[in-house]
Design a protein around this ligand. Structure first.
Ligand code: GLV
Length: 307
């Protein structure tokens, strides 16, 4: 177990609260620490880093690290690490789960059935959109974007994508026949559009009113990346105006809060940030974070530094 390995090598101060660690608690407890294993719910900003003069490594248990001020940490000579690769397949599988739930109305259908409102099979009942022959637009061709795209041929979907698809292993990064296009072309032509980019100042509210207005009225948006990439109020507006057919979200602007309008909509699938939540992947993420801490504290380079 990751925690035991850490305990064998270091004095560990473990936070055991059920919810995210309160900020004052983090600030007080980090003062004498050399390393921190933090979660995406911990905001490790300049103020927190300044409270920890002995800090040498910040090991984020997530691939995204927008919760950590990595630029400031670097200035201070502190290593920042994340957990890439080990969660790629889990997030890709989950993304496809959302795509299927959304386009085939699985959540909506189950809610209706549980309310006791199902009147039996009917030819025109709860029709969804078939994936076969449709276009999947991937925004961000990194590891997760590639893993989602790799599964598209199994569903007969054609892939367009933004960003550079770097090859990381022997496999071609994108399925045969995929095309790299502009963000605008993904917006305008996708039947299903899936976000796989990090949250940065440039990507915050990438999906705003203007973007939704350019999508096909029959298109679906899926976000398993970071909540603030989508302007939730703009999404609610787009759904009200019927500018898109629906959306599936695993991440939110102000987690765990969700824009109330979205909670009312049947054509929205809402998951509680479960992308990497498999036993296999969460174990691997914890192990990798601990390995990063142990490497830095023993004077070796971190395994997965963020830059
Ligand atoms: C989860 O959201 C992650 O970034 O790993």
């Amino acid at each position: 177990m990751a925690l035991n390995r850490l305990r064998e090598a270091c004095d560990v101060d473990l936070y055991t609260g059920a919810a995210a660690m309160p900020r004052e608690d983090l600030a007080a407890r980090i003062e004498d620490k050399q390393g921190i294993v933090c979660l995406l719910t911990d905001r490790v900003d300049r103020d927190i880093i300044d409270r920890a003069p002995a800090l040498r490594v910040i090991a984020n248990v997530a691939v995204g690290y927008d919760n950590v001020d990595a630029t400031y940490a670097r200035e201070r000579g502190i290593a920042v690490t994340n957990t890439p690769d080990v969660l790629t397949e889990a997030v890709a599988e989950f993304t496809w789960g959302l795509i299927l739930a959304l386009t085939r109305r699985i959540g909506e259908g189950e809610r209706l059935l549980r309310r006791g409102e199902w009147r039996g099979w009917a030819l025109d009942f709860m029709l969804g959109m078939e994936l076969s022959g449709k276009r999947l637009g991937i925004v961000g061709a990194g590891r997760i974007g590639q893993a989602v795209a790799r599964r598209a041929p199994a569903f007969g979907m054609h892939v367009v994508y933004t960003g550079r698809a770097r090859q990381s292993d022997a496999r071609p990064p994108m399925p045969e026949g995929s095309r790299r296009v502009s963000f605008d072309e993904v917006l305008v032509t996708s039947d299903v559009m899936s976000l796989h980019i990090p949250l940065t100042p440039e990507t915050r509210h990438l999906m705003d009113q203007r973007a939704f207005a350019r999508m096909k009225r029959t298109a679906y948006l899926v976000n398993t990346a970071r909540g603030p990439i989508v302007d939730e109020a703009a999404l609610a507006w787009a759904l009200d105006e019927r500018l898109i057919a629906g959306a599936a979200l695993d991440v939110y602007e102000r987690e765990p809060a969700v824009e109330p309008v979205l909670l009312q909509r049947e054509n929205v699938v809402l998951a509680p940030h479960l992308g990497s939540a498999t036993r296999e992947t969460r174990t691997a993420m914890s192990d990798l974070a601990v390995d990063n801490v142990l490497a830095v504290l023993s004077g070796r380079p971190p395994l997965t530094p963020v830059t």
